[in-house]
Design a protein around this ligand. Structure first.
Ligand code: MG
Length: 388
């Protein structure tokens, strides 16, 4: 069986990216960019091992990103990409795979089928390397330093090279060692591994990939990068009236001749909204997160329940699109407090007021709400979450 180690280069510092984390560790949806990349390689047939090269000092970012993936310890890279790749190749000496697939960690959208196609091309007779890329569609101009056009370059047979770049392992290691010994670097156009192999006279072929396999360079690329899906979920709650002089509804204290009884502040509106938001991510219900048997939730303000649910959604990379609430009661009258409730719910959920709807109805004096025994609340939450 042919063995192929994927060497994932995550040692870059990405000066154009900004942000608190190097781009390979930033969240793309709910997972770090590096993790998306590694999952693509785990799904590619023919990849028999994974090895990541990281920058010195990034060990804790790395551990977070790969938790649970059962990977070997990372190799620490050098001051340039070329050096980092060489460190990674040297670390594979003992394993001595037939092929090595070198890939930039910041290309998380690579398709497993394209990876496999590169492996097949690199393993063909007489071929040493195969590079995933796309044919140029734009017209290419060469200018002087001032931007004045000097020539138009025919784009026939011109490609943009991506990764993976797959090579026979021993040949690429030797080519990299030779280039390093000669002091060849990015400054002398050794900007990818194929350039190192070409310089050594090896036959390298292009494999047609897709524009989807783009590199994450700026923070905007992260926002554009992940496909989202809509989800809708329902929440329902009832609390009965007890002695008191006000009810909490949507975080607003509304004067009334009774209060709502319950373990917390019995804010039936926020409870229904919390269950709706939890429902969008399949995270159970409010009782699972805040058991009524737990004395620490006695009398607490229910805004913390909704905040908790919204926080869980956010940690999954999701966001609320809309919250719709219907209160069912004969009294108190909701209309005069509707705007205050909309503002309160929007504030608790961290969204604009235009994304909150509060409605009220009665049951025509029928049933428990008609007999003024309590208030029922129904809520629908619509959210966007990363498609898995
Ligand atoms: Mg409740």
């Amino acid at each position: 069986m042919t063995t192929c180690t994927a060497l994932i280069v995550a040692a870059g510092r990405g000066t154009r990216f900004g942000g608190p984390l190097p781009k390979q560790y930033a969240l793309l949806g709910d997972r770090p960019v590096l993790r998306h990349t590694l999952e693509a390689y785990r799904a590619a047939s023919g990849i028999t091992a994974l090895q990541v090269v990281i920058a010195p000092g990034d060990e804790s970012h790395y551990r977070n990103a790969v938790a649970g993936l059962d990977l070997p310890n990372p190799v620490v890279g050098g001051v340039s990409r070329q050096q980092s790749v060489l460190h990674g190749l040297e670390a594979l000496c003992t394993a001595n795979p037939d092929l090595v697939a070198i890939h930039d960690a910041a290309r998380p959208f690579v398709r497993p089928t394209d990876i496999a196609a590169c492996l097949a091309a690199a393993g063909a007779d007489g071929v040493v390397g195969a590079v995933l890329g796309v044919r140029l569609a734009d017209t290419i101009k060469r200018t002087d330093a001032a931007g004045t056009v000097g020539e138009t370059i025919p784009r026939t047979n011109l490609w943009r090279a991506q990764t993976p770049q797959v090579f026979r392992y021993g040949a690429l290691l030797q080519a990299h060692r030779d280039a390093a010994a000669l002091g060849l670097s990015e400054a002398t156009a050794m900007t990818d591994d194929a350039a190192v192999a070409e310089r050594a006279g090896m036959k390298v072929v292009m494999v047609e990939g897709s524009e989807d396999n783009r590199k994450i360079t700026t923070a905007d690329d992260l926002d554009r990068g992940i496909a989202m899906e809509s989800r809708t979920a329902f929440g329902f709650d009832v609390h009965g009236f007890g002695p008191g002089d006000r009810v909490m509804l949507g975080g607003v204290a509304i004067p009334h001749d009774h209060t709502l009884s319950g373990h917390s502040d019995a804010d039936v509106a926020l409870h229904a909204l919390t269950d709706a938001v939890l429902g969008t991510i399949g995270a159970g219900d409010i009782g699972k997160h805040f058991p009524p048997s737990d004395p620490q939730w006695r009398g607490v303000s229910s805004d913390r329940f909704l905040r908790h649910a919204v926080g869980l959604l956010a940690t999954r990379g999701g966001r609320i699109v809309h919250l719709d609430l219907t209160l069912v009661c004969e009294a108190p009258r909701i209309g005069p407090h509707r705007d205050a409730m909309v503002a309160s719910i929007a504030c608790i959920a961290g969204i604009d007021r235009s994304r909150v709807s509060v409605k009220a109805t009665t049951t025509e004096r029928l049933g428990f709400t008609g007999r003024r025994e309590g208030i029922a609340a129904q809520a629908v939450a619509t959210v966007e979450t990363p498609r898995r």
